[in-house]
Design a protein around this ligand. Sequence first.
Ligand code: DAH
Length: 358
Amino acid sequence: MSNDEMKKLQGDLIKAIEGAEGSAALEAVRVEALGKKGKLTEMMKTLGSLDPDARKAMGAALNEVKVAVTAALEAKGKILAAAAQTARLEKERIDITLPARGGESEGRIHPITQTYEEIVTIFAAMGFSVAKGPDIETDWNNFTALNIPPEHPARQMQDTFYMPAVGEMPTVLRTHTSPVQIRTMMGQKPPIRIIAPGRTYRCDSDMTHTPMFSQFEGLVIDEKTHMGHLKGCLLDFLRAFFGIDDLPLRFRPSYFPFTEPSAEIDIGCSRKGGELKLGNYGDWLEIGGCGMVNANVLRNCGLDPDQVQGFAFGTGIERLAMLKYGIPDLRTFFEADMRWLKHYGFVPLDIPNPAMGA
Ligand code: DAH
């Protein structure tokens, strides 16, 4: 075969390779050139019958063609593979704007979770961090350290679930989140600024009480915090939480063993026509308790009441959720009824937040 013929063969093969429209077509060209019976393979086989000089020249020329064809096959192979991948990605593209399968997705954020998140978000913006404690609490943290010694009548204010003692220490299912105050003051030095949301338990069950419910506690301890700060802090929180700019707040004198002075927190409402509406309407609704931390509690936690002082408050999370989202019956929170959750729950990617004025 002459040099020209060889060049033409190379040119033809490369053209066929470049024109191949898919991996099958490319493979056919490869077999035609380099397969067992391929053109180049057949020509290689004839080399043996040539005399040494001709064999050398022809061998080198054939090799050159083979190298060029192999490189072209490889390059085209890569192009086709990339194109195939692009086509597949196009075809398999997932439209993430589509609603989840089954139309409306089934899952909802429970109103307690949603309310919890809103509370944490607002207090975080005021510089509070979140503190936690266990549901099974020592009698000391739940009562004694909070200035409720054994035999104190205040123990009867809360219907307690008693648990087996751990060693000498009696334990209870915590009746409020207030023991997290104790844990925090024992574990960190003032200044302290925490909220402590969580589950609480009382042996009580009727229209407005469930054996398990949620509370959140607030605690601020430093050198100068006073009752005015307490009122301002709660007012800012409640107005942000309910989204009512002129929501009035009233402190009604009360008694809690762990605070002195103590107050019930009332917010403005109207009950006209049997319908409860929050706002500046002249009527009042109680939503929690608060006060300045009792000096005995500070002492029980190893703090000196002559050096530090502060306030605490506690309120029910379901209570706040019921008021904000118009949920009439407390017990429904815990019935795990999907129809209820669908109605009162929140779609995960569509939840209100304080920045949206929720
Ligand atoms: N622990 C109280 C309860 O469950 C609520 C409470 C009242 C918490 C006054 C406080 C407080 O921190 O200062 O009834």
